[in-house]
Design a protein around this ligand. Structure first.
Ligand code: AMP
Ligand code: ZN
Length: 138
């Protein structure tokens, strides 16, 4: 719990939100400034900054909850797909520093398709070197 954190305040009911799912460890609520209708956020109740500092025990059930909420959003909005993303640190676009995952209903040919960046042309040996760098970084 961080007394200055807006999402901790939502968890505590100090500021209003439209909650859609809650259990002992997680909360899901509607994004107040939605990219599309149905844009939902899932957060752990434990205050951590983002995926980079989430303790193992806190992250353990996160995927299951994201899956559960994604299915409900998909059904509620007749979505054809669900886009899930998390922005970690300022450089990645994070603005609220309480770990959260965005759940976005997607439809064929929708606006979101425009945001996919063009892919680089990188040869397999170079990709293998990138993989080696990551393996050495655990
Ligand atoms: P990010 O840029 O990944 O940190 O996302 C933060 C998200 O939180 C944005 O999509 C905001 O619209 C959303 N947000 C900020 N304040 C609130 C709030 N009080 N209730 C619901 N969503 C919020
Ligand atoms: Zn918080």
């Amino acid at each position: 719990m961080d007394k200055d954190c807006i999402f901790c305040k939502i968890i505590n009911g100090e500021i209003p939100s439209t909650k859609v799912y809650e259990d002992d460890e997680f909360l899901a609520f509607m994004d107040i400034n939605p990219a599309v209708r149905g844009h939902t956020l899932v957060i752990p109740k434990y205050h951590c900054r983002n995926i980079l500092d989430t303790p193992e025990n806190v992250g353990k059930n996160f995927y299951n909850v994201i899956s559960k909420v994604s299915n409900a959003v998909k059904k509620a909005f007749n979505a054809e797909g669900i886009y899930v993303f998390q922005q970690n640190e300022n450089a990645a676009g994070q603005e609220v520093f309480h770990s959260h995952v965005h759940i976005i209903p997607r439809y064929k040919g929708d606006e979101f398709g425009k945001y996919s960046p063009p892919r680089l042309k990188v040869e397999i040996p170079e990709i293998a070197k990138d993989g080696e760098k990551i393996r050495q970084s655990f």
